[in-house]
Design a protein. Structure first.
Length: 197
């Protein structure tokens, strides 16, 4: 058998050439226009969002609505009060997930002290000449006969009564936003809780 000694440099050169061919083949396979695919996934937009509504509404709380809903439509779901100030609410704005929508009350009429102040009783002008006002039955208009109570605060008393049931004591009136213990004490015999059924 005939043996030939192949110089080391020749083997090295042969290996280099073969490696280059193999590498080129792999690169061609990887970067072939037929094989390289770039996929762009569209951003997923939620179809429903959750927002919180509070303030001058009958049913404050969380609402799940369509992602393209407007603030005004959510406020309508919450049942806005007659004393709501829509001028300060971006009614046409689209809602955002996690958004808190606050519907403010209308500002008190000049001279009214319903937001915490107590207007002095005028002599000879009691809240109700026919007897104390039953806060469990009185209308918004009747409640406004109490010192320091305007339309907005009267509506809050009615709303509190509707959401929590009849008042169990006169002192519970202090739980209504805008009514202080001092105001309740000032009313004295002008209010009663009447029947709680």
């Amino acid at each position: 058998m005939l043996q030939r000694n192949v110089p080391g440099w020749a083997l090295f050169a042969l290996g280099t050439v073969l490696g280059a061919f193999i590498g080129a083949g792999i690169a061609a396979q990887l970067f072939s226009g037929d094989e390289l695919v770039v996929r762009v996934e569209p951003a997923v937009t939620p179809t429903r969002v959750v927002v919180y509504v509070q303030g001058a509404v009958r049913r404050a709380g969380l609402y799940e609505v369509a992602s393209d809903a407007r603030v005004g439509s959510v406020v309508e779901l919450a049942g806005p009060l007659e004393t709501a100030d829509f001028a300060r609410v971006p009614m046409a704005e689209r809602v955002r997930d996690g958004q808190t929508i606050t519907v403010p009350y209308q500002s008190p009429v000049a001279g009214s002290s319903e937001e915490g102040g107590v207007s002095p009783r005028e002599p000879g002008n009691p809240a109700d000449r026919s007897g104390p006002i039953d806060v469990n039955r009185a209308s918004v208009e009747e409640l406004q006969r109490l010192p320091g109570v305007g339309p907005a605060l009267a509506q809050r008393i009615v709303t509190y009564r509707e959401e929590h049931g009849p008042f169990r004591s006169v002192d519970e009136l202090a739980n209504v936003a805008g009514i202080s213990e001092r105001m309740v004490a000032e009313w004295g015999d002008l209010v009663t809780i009447g029947g709680t059924e």
